[in-house]
Design a protein around this ligand. Structure first.
Ligand code: SAM
Ligand code: SF4
Length: 346
């Protein structure tokens, strides 16, 4: 076993979580709400139906679940959604979870956000030990930004990023590559991130959940084409940097800047997948691209001790599949998995 901090033994809770393919599970992503103040065209239908509030775990239950995972060796916790910063009481949850950073049990507490509420929360996030965040921006053109997000405004998001930077939080941008929508902005996004000192990752559209009248085949812009497009202006040097996630990176020789690519339609990240995903109803998905899931809400509520919960988590990890089954082509234009990305948070 490597000496990487992410593979360190848990301090309590017994043996670490190792799946049937020998992968050490050290990364938990938690969708704290399925709700969002945006309606991005590739993510949700405009008239999206959300879960009834009664089904959603309370903040205390989310804390208990996350803490059980930390006890079992999770070192990195990412809060996502929906939009995590629209969940009522979210800063209380983050503040409480930060105790695991203080004890050293957790190495990183982070989040993925659309940035709309960052201006309000950046300082508190920094105070709670959040050092890096991912912010999703698909266009730097205010009008196009609103067209993509339907309900979003670019100005407050850019102000939020400034506030995060001022609070000492490193920002990585996530951009979904959308054919005929933002493919004229890839160079501009790279340049802007270079100027502002942000890392940037481009993501391919994934076939998750119904998105109403939109068609993902029309939206799909392959990362292979995007790389070729960037190579017309920049010298892309292969980089073996790993962020603990599925992105593969290049360095731009001209600026030294790092640019990542996520291509879920290939399997190039499954063999090193160290993560599982928890929904706001306590359902654990062992793979982003498969439907198999485990209910952790029942064992959580059945007993005040964590024994049943830990047993259910271990049983779920033992079922983690080898890889996903994503495919987008003309014959498979429907979703590969029924749930939306906002259920598991990407
Ligand atoms: N609302 C937050 C945000 O947008 O960053 C967090 C949740 S969002 C589901 C997480 C990431 O998933 C975002 O970067 C978003 O662009 C991406 N995403 C959503 N639906 C997607 C899809 N169908 N294919 C690829 N990426 C998707
Ligand atoms: Fe909301 Fe994020 Fe989905 Fe956009 S991508 S609709 S911001 S959850």
């Amino acid at each position: 076993m490597s000496n990487s901090p992410l593979t360190a033994q848990p301090k309590a809770g017994g043996t670490p979580m190792i799946d049937p393919f020998g992968r050490h599970i050290s990364y938990l992503r938690v969708s704290v709400t399925d709700r969002c103040d945006f309606r991005c065209v590739y993510c949700m239908a405009e008239d999206m139906t959300f879960l009834p509030k009664a089904e959603i775990l309370s903040l205390e239950e989310l804390d208990r679940l996350c803490s059980a995972f930390v006890t079992l060796g999770v070192k990195k916790l990412r809060l996502t959604g929906g939009e995590p910063l629209v969940r009522k009481g979210i800063m209380q949850l983050i503040g409480n979870l930060s105790r695991h950073l203080e004890t050293g049990a957790l190495e990183e507490l982070t989040l993925t956000t659309n940035g709309s509420q960052l201006g309000k929360y950046a300082r508190d996030l920094a105070a709670h030990g959040v050092k890096r965040i991912n912010v999703s921006i698909d266009s730097l053109d205010p009008e196009k930004f609103t067209r993509i997000t339907r309900w979003g405004k670019l100005g407050p998001v850019l102000d939020g990023i400034e506030a995060a930077k001022a609070a000492g939080i490193r920002v990585k941008l996530n951009t979904v590559a959308l054919k005929g929508v933002n493919d004229d902005e890839f160079h501009r996004l790279v340049e802007w991130c270079g100027e502002e000192g942000h890392d940037l990752t481009f993501i391919e559209v994934m076939p998750m959940g119904d998105i109403g009248g939109e068609n993902r085949v029309d939206q799909f812009y392959p990362i292979s084409l995007l790389r070729a497009h960037l190579a017309q202006r920049w010298t892309l040097v292969e980089n073996d940097h790993r962020s603990g996630g599925p992105a593969r990176y290049v360095t731009l020789a001209e600026t030294g800047q790092r640019v990542g690519f996520i291509t879920p339609l290939t399997h190039n990240f499954c063999e090193s997948c160290n993560r599982v995903r928890l929904t706001c109803t306590g359902t654990l998905y062992m793979c982003l691209g498969q439907d198999d899931a485990a209910d952790l809400r029942a064992p959580l509520r059945q007993s005040e001790s964590d024994e049943l919960l830990v047993a259910a988590i271990r049983e779920a990890i033992a079922r983690k599949p080898k890889g996903h089954d994503f495919i987008i082509d003309r014959r498979h234009s429907g979703p590969a998995v029924e749930r939306h990305m906002s259920v598991t948070g990407g």
